[in-house]
Design a protein around this ligand. Structure first.
Ligand code: HEC
Length: 194
């Protein structure tokens, strides 16, 4: 590194006095096109900040996602508005609903609960509980069953995931009707703990 600054001709950019690894630099004025984009970027930042954060003229991504989630929640609530035990029992007698539910069951649930809906009771290798017997772990009413299929097991380590985000409300309701078609209203049941 040498501190001697080389004399420069008048009108030419000045050579800065420092030198690193044999490299020296000119004291150049930044080109106008570069300054222009730089000032535009600053201006844009101010407009953006005012529009998004001060005057809320444009919704932020967070607000957009919040609204989209709210819309989905409202749709789900609307789809579940008339769904109670009586309605689910009625649906469990409706062949069209049952076959739609069966299709979902075969595509999504069969891997863990088995083709006979008996889960680990008929095949100990399966993780899922039996759904066609009268022993229920998470409640025996159709709305209890709906709740666990929508939201998954309260114990996440058990491996029963929430299905509503993936299947949507309608298909969850149908698959519950399909399960309940293996049961009768008012039948005896036991609460199973395992
Ligand atoms: C990855 C495996 C797996 C899949 C796939 C799966 N389940 Fe489950 N399911 C389980 C396990 C494990 C449990 C037991 C949860 C517990 O012990 O809390 C369970 C529990 C349940 C119960 C509660 C049973 C009771 O006795 O209270 C219902 C109802 C149920 N599943 C329905 C379904 C439906 C409907 C589907 C398809 C949409 C499905 N499951 C897909 C593993 C699975």
């Amino acid at each position: 590194m040498s501190d001697e600054s080389k004399p420069t001709n008048p009108g030419e950019p000045e050579l800065r006095p420092h030198e690193y690894d044999g490299i020296q630099e000119y004291d150049q004025k930044l080109p106008n096109w570069w300054l222009f984009t730089f000032y535009i970027a600053i201006l844009w930042m101010i407009i953006h900040w005012l529009a998004y954060y001060q005057f809320h003229l444009i919704p932020t991504d967070e607000e957009k996602i919040g609204r989209a989630i709210q819309k989905i929640e409202n749709q789900r609530a609307e789809q579940l508005r008339n769904i109670d035990d009586t309605r689910l029992w009625t649906m469990s007698q409706d062949p069209a609903v049952i076959s739609a539910g069966e299709a979902t069951y075969k595509a999504t649930c069969v891997a863990c609960h088995g083709p006979d809906l008996m889960g680990k009771k008929s095949n100990p290798l399966l993780p899922g509980l039996a759904l066609a017997d009268n022993a229920w772990k998470h409640g025996h009413t159709p709305t209890d069953v709906l709740k666990i299929v929508r939201r998954g097991s309260p114990d996440v380590t058990k491996g029963m995931p929430p299905w509503e985000p993936q299947l949507g409300t309608q298909r969850v309701v149908e698959v519950v009707a399909y399960i309940m078609s293996h049961h009768k209203e008012g039948e005896a049941h036991t609460e199973e703990v395992n």
